[in-house]
Write a protein that binds this ligand. Structure first.
Ligand SMILES: Nc1ncnc2c1ncn2[C@@H]1O[C@H](COP(=O)(O)OP(=O)(O)O)[C@@H](O)[C@H]1O
Ligand SMILES: [Mg+2]
Length: 241
């Protein structure tokens, strides 16, 4: 099976803080992989290294066969990215923003593509609204649309469901599951365990920059146990170590 992400000993130090500490894992094509961990555990830093937004201090990665440290623009051209808490530009309408992204990516059939995303994520009626006047949920739908507009084989999404109401959460979760069923690959980060338990095939648990567990979600949850229980045992056990 083709590996879409391979991290080998990835490490990021910010001064005296080791945000990510010698982390290795891989994500195969067609997987919905979740990076779990409490706040400050290194999830965002990991996604930034994999998408070429920050270089690692040591270790290396391959993302769809490219090294994000050496070819960040190549990686960003291939993959879809939703950075943490990023919002679309306030001065453009939803449709103008999507067209802007489509032009940067040199896409064809721009109107048709945009239309499809307004339909798929159910926000056609917002296409002419300035981004500054969109609700948080609609802005996040727009961030999904820009990330998937070029139909990437792999998307990296940092905290996709944070602060979204249950209806938008459902739309987004259904979309993500449909996307991997269609052969796409997702690497998302979340500190919301219920989401991971519901949609992730495999998870990696980060704590203080270290990967404490990497494997199938149901194996971490264990027979008859809840993922939250196992997660708390892992993280508290590590804190006390
Ligand atoms: N640009 C930065 N400069 C300094 N420290 C940072 C920077 N980014 C993250 N950190 C630190 O690295 C650690 C991991 O942060 P982060 O990757 O944002 O974790 P998470 O996304 O899991 O909340 C934290 O201690 C954070 O304060
Ligand atoms: Mg984060």
């Amino acid at each position: 099976m083709r590996q879409m992400i391979e991290a080998d000993g990835l490490t990021k130090e910010y001064g005296s803080v080791t945000a990510v500490n010698r982390v290795s894992f891989s994500v195969a094509e067609g997987e919905l992989f979740g990076l779990l961990g409490p706040n400050g555990s290194g999830k965002t830093t990991m996604i930034r290294m994999l998408t070429g937004q920050v270089p690692p201090t040591s270790g290396s990665a391959r993302v769809m066969g490219l090294d994000p440290a050496n070819d960040p623009i190549g990686v960003r051209g291939l993959v879809g990215i939703i950075p943490e808490q990023e919002t679309p530009p306030s001065f453009l309408t939803a449709e103008e923003y999507l067209c802007f992204v489509a032009r940067i990516r040199s896409l064809d059939r721009i109107e048709e593509r945009c239309d499809r995303w307004f339909d798929l994520l159910e926000f056609q009626e917002k296409r002419d609204v300035l981004c500054k006047d969109l609700s948080r949920g609609t802005r996040q739908k727009l961030m999904f649309a820009q990330a998937f507009l070029h139909e990437p084989r792999l998307a990296l999404i940092d905290e996709p469901l944070i602060n979204l109401d249950p209806i938008v959460q459902r739309t987004v979760k259904d979309f993500l599951q449909g996307y991997v069923q269609g052969g796409g690959t997702i690497c998302l980060s979340t500190h919301i365990l219920d989401i991971a338990e519901e949609i992730c095939d495999r998870v990696g648990v980060l704590h203080n920059g270290r990967l404490l567990y990497c494997g199938r979600t149901e194996e971490l949850a264990g027979a008859g146990r809840h993922l939250e229980r196992s997660f708390l045992d892992l993280v508290r056990g590590d804190a006390g170590a």
